[in-house]
Each structure stands twice: as C-alpha cells, then as structure tokens.
Design a protein around this ligand. Structure first.
Ligand SMILES: Cc1cc2nc3c(=O)[nH]c(=O)nc-3n(C[C@H](O)[C@H](O)[C@H](O)COP(=O)(O)OP(=O)(O)OC[C@H]3O[C@@H](n4cnc5c(N)ncnc54)[C@H](O)[C@@H]3O)c2cc1C
Length: 480
C-alpha cells in the first residue's frame, strides 16, 4: 500500500477548513491545513464578524436618533466613522487568536501558509513544497461576485472583501443587491448617516423569504430613509471620477433611471473560489454556478478528494460550512469503513437586519411550490409582553405544521433577536418535538422566547377538541 506524510490535507482555513482540520486532529490523524491569506477566512475577516460588529454600532446610532420613543431626548449621533471601523477591526482582532495558526498547531494541526494546488489525487503543492496525503478536503470558500456591468469596475466598487478598509463614510452610497448581505449593510450605512439607495432586480427584498417578510422590511427601510428601488436592472455605470463617484443607469418597469452615488457597494452574490486549484487535472467538475460538484458524502469526482463550505454551497453560511466539514472530514478519514450522508434535514439561517429575519425549514412559498400541504400559525410580537415592554413589538412568528398534526415543517421569525429565538424551533425540528411539546415547556416570563409558546398555544386553541369540551361543560353544569 502506498504511504503518505498525511492522512488529510485541508486546503482553506475558513469556517469549513478549520473545522475539518480540527476534527482530523481530534481523531489523531496527521493533518495539514493550507491557508493562502488570513486564517478564519471570510467569516472572521470580511463576513459575519465585521458585519455584525458594524450592525451593532448602527443599532446604537438608531437608538439615539429614536430615543424619544422611550421618553428620552432623541439626539443625532456624531458618527466618527473611522472609529466605528476601528472597533469593527477590534472585534476581528479579539477573535483572531481562536482561528490562528498558533492555536491550530497547539491542537495538533500542521499549518502551512501559501496557496494550495492539486497536483494529483495524493499530492498538494504549496509553493516549492509538496505535501503527500491519503485524502484531501477542499474548503476554498467563495468571493463576492461583481457582475459584468459596463463601467462598474472603473467605479472601484466596494464589496464585502474591501469594505472593511473604508475609513470615510460615503455621503451617497448605492447598494446593489437586496439579499441578506445587501440589506444588512444598506440599513447599517443608512443608520450611520449615509444616504443609501438600494437597488435590486427582484420585486422584493430578501426574495428567498415569504413575500410578507419583504413587504415588512421594505416598510422598515423606507421609514429609516433607505431609498429602495426594486425591479431595477443595472445597465451601466458612467461618469466615474477618480474618487469612485459616478452614476448608475438602470432599466426599470417605467423606463431608464439614473442614480448618482459617491461609492457603490456590490452585494449580488458570491462565487466559489476554485481558480488555479487544479480541479481539471483530477477530473473534478464544477456546476455552472461555479460550485464544486460533490455527492451525498461530499466526495468530488475524485474519490479521495472531498469538499465543503461555500465552495460547494448550497447554503453559504458559517454554521453550514462547519456542519458540512464534519461530514467531509469524517468521510475522508473513515469512509473506507463507514460513510455518512450529509444531512440537510433541518437548516436554519438568519438575516441580521433590525428587526432580524430567521428561518428554519419550509416557508409558505416553498410549501406551495413543492405542493406540500401545510397549516400556518402566526403570532405577532405585539401580543408578547416582553416585546411590548421593550418597544420591539414589530414582527411575528410563523410556524408551518403538517395538517392534522403538531409536527413542525418550518418556522420564520421576524423580530428583535429572531436569530436567537429560532433555536427553539431548530431543536424541536431536529429532535422531532412538536408544538404540543413547546406548549408543555415552561418559558421564563417575560421573555421574547414566550412567542414560541404563545404560537403553540394559538395552534392548540385552533385544534381544541370542541366535542369533548362541550361534553365537559355539560358535566360541570350537572355538578354545580
Ligand atoms: C458580509 C458577509 C456577512 C456574512 N454574515 C454571515 C452570518 O451572519 N452568518 C453566517 O452563517 N454566514 C455569514 N456569511 C457567510 C460566511 O462568511 C461563509 O458562509 C463562511 O465564511 C464560509 O466558510 P468557508 O470556510 O467555506 O469559506 P471562507 O471563509 O471563504 O474560507 C476559505 C479560505 O480558503 C482560502 N483559500 C482559498 N483558496 C485557497 C488555496 N488554493 N490555497 C489555500 N487557501 C485557499 C481563503 O483564503 C479563505 O481563507 C457572511 C458573509 C459575508 C460576506
């Protein structure tokens, strides 16, 4: 049998690669992790961490501006944008040691800085070095997609990659893209004082969610002064100055529209990073979207090469990257004895607008599209005591159940802390608990989490055994 220096080489040290390498080291495999740029990948350096840190500063600015809702004097915040961005960097720096090469070396992972390239199924080149390995995990992630709109590249577009270097707040910011990243950033920049215009070619914001979510968010954004332009297709960018300012011409349902901007931020999707990786030589295929094609075991067309994270989709989230990493690493190391199919049965996510939008499982529109019968129970935060007390009574919990059963097929929460509140449904769906069990669980009063119990109560009431209750009522009458 051929011998190798490593059991596993992992290419890419982001959310997926770090977990794959960690799992391998934990089970005493000899593992080498190759990272070409910054350990922690997008999530730490250009994604979740900086965006959530920016959102938190923007929220404070918004609270100051709207403090009169609480009987306090509202003030226009003095935004020191450079300091806001330094704080964002500070959050990254604080977390960075957890993802560092030093830490991973201490956990038993060999770390190599450089660009990894597949030489053949058992050799990975990193500069002059060649690593030999029995198996490989590709975890190279994705990068922002900048569409080929004429003139756009001349405007030095901001993307989630370079945005964090900005130290001056653009006066007029044009955001392209009404998905999660575009929405989170558009609202944050508007709250920090930029005049934000958001365009999207779809007819609503967050088009993957139910229409009621998009309608609600549109209302919130317009109320906060974000100029949302839907059904706008970017045609060209022109008159670009040295500072990146210019104007965008868009095609709309009413004809062409021209939008002036000082900076433009592109958030229209992310493309897997596979260029120069050497996939072709091994016969590893990619889909038209650019994702590396894998089977149910996250194995590529080359049987000892596995892949996970944003490089394979279909869900581009940190928690999904690490979820997949377990399957990729375990199948790569132990697949000869036992293989595990990746499990996408219960997939949650959240968009950190304010209010937040969080979902697990089916939406109403998914159910309709797939011809799945569902019963919908909706409960508003305007009837949740804690939400009223906090002044965060906008939004709702929507639960989809199987008709005639309390089995949860999906839940969407729109509201303050929706991402946190969703976990109750994620747990319930993962472990087969239904609305009756949620109702039978003591929830601390007063909490936002009570919304789940109240929604379950609402479902229960709609399913009350009327016949039995009539009979019990008659029995009570007899006993009076
Ligand atoms: C603005 C923004 C906000 C986000 N917010 C959230 C959020 O709130 N919640 C959430 O769950 N997700 C969020 N995401 C998505 C999340 O960041 C990604 O899903 C996650 O980082 C994917 O991890 P990954 O390991 O697959 O890829 P990455 O994190 O991109 O890591 C890939 C790594 O591979 C390295 N690499 C690539 N090619 C090579 C090579 N040939 N050799 C060596 N190294 C290589 C790269 O340098 C990179 O470090 C956000 C993303 C963005 C952009």
């Amino acid at each position: 049998m051929a011998r190798y220096d490593n059991n596993l080489v992992v290419i890419g040290g982001g959310s997926a690669g770090l977990i794959a390498a960690y799992i391998a080291a934990t089970v005493k495999a000899k593992v080498t992790l190759v990272e070409q740029h910054r350990m922690g990948g997008d999530c730490l350096n250009t994604g979740c961490v900086p965006s959530k840190s920016l959102i938190s500063a923007a929220r404070v600015a918004h609270q100051m501006r709207t403090a009169d809702r609480f009987g306090l004097g509202a003030v226009e915040p003095q935004v020191h944008f450079d300091k806001v961005m330094e704080r964002v960097q500070g959050a990254i720096d604080t977390i960075a040691p957890k993802d560092s090469m030093e830490r991973y070396r201490s956990l038993g992972v060999d770390c190599v800085a450089g660009t990894g390239r597949l030489v053949d199924a058992h050799h990975v080149a990193v500069g002059d070095q060649e690593l030999t390995t029995r198996s490989i995990v590709l975890a190279t992630g994705a990068g922002p997609f900048v569409p080929p709109v004429p003139g756009l590249s001349d405007a030095r577009p901001l993307t989630s990659d370079n945005l964090w270097e900005l130290r001056e707040l653009p006066k007029r910011l044009l955001v392209m893209g009404g998905g999660p990243i575009g929405c989170e950033l558009a609202q944050s920049f508007a709250r920090l004082g930029a005049q934000v215009t958001l365009i999207d070619l779809e007819a609503r914001l967050l088009p993957r969610e139910d229409a009621d979510v998009g309608v609600f968010l549109l209302e919130v954004f317009r109320r906060e002064g974000v100029d949302v332009r839907l059904n706008h297709r970017a045609v060209r960018v022109e008159a670009v100055g040295a500072d990146g300012a210019g104007r965008l011409v868009a095609e709309t349902l009413e004809g062409p529209a021209t939008l002036e901007f000082d900076r433009i931020l592109v958030a229209v999707g992310r493309r897997p990073s596979t260029v120069g990786l050497g996939l072709e030589a091994l016969g590893i295929t990619t889909a038209p979207s650019g994702v590396i094609q894998v089977d149910d075991y996250l194995r590529t067309a080359c049987p000892n090469v596995f892949a996970c994270g944003d490089a394979i989709g279909p869900y581009q989230f940190t928690h999904m990257a690490s979820h997949q990493a377990w399957f990729a690493a375990v199948n790569a190391l132990f697949g000869w004895a036992r293989k595990f199919k990746v499990n996408y049965r219960v997939v949650p996510w959240a968009t950190y607008t304010d209010p937040e939008v969080a979902r697990v499982g089916l939406s109403e529109e998914d159910a309709r599209r797939d011809g799945i019968q569902v019963e919908v129970t909706r409960y508003g935060f305007d009837d949740v005591d804690r939400a009223i007390a906090e002044g965060s009574n906008e939004g709702w919990v929507k639960v989809l159940t199987k008709p005639g059963s309390d089995r949860i097929l999906g839940a969407t929460i729109v509201g303050s802390h929706a991402g946190e509140l969703l976990t109750e449904y994620v747990l319930a769906m993962t472990h087969g608990l239904g609305l009756k069990q949620i109702m039978g669980t003591i929830h601390v009063y007063p909490t936002l989490a009570e919304a789940a119990k109240l929604a379950a109560g609402s479902w229960r009431k709609a399913h009350a055994p009327e016949h039995l209750l009539r009979w019990v009522g008659w029995l009570h009458a007899l006993r009076r």
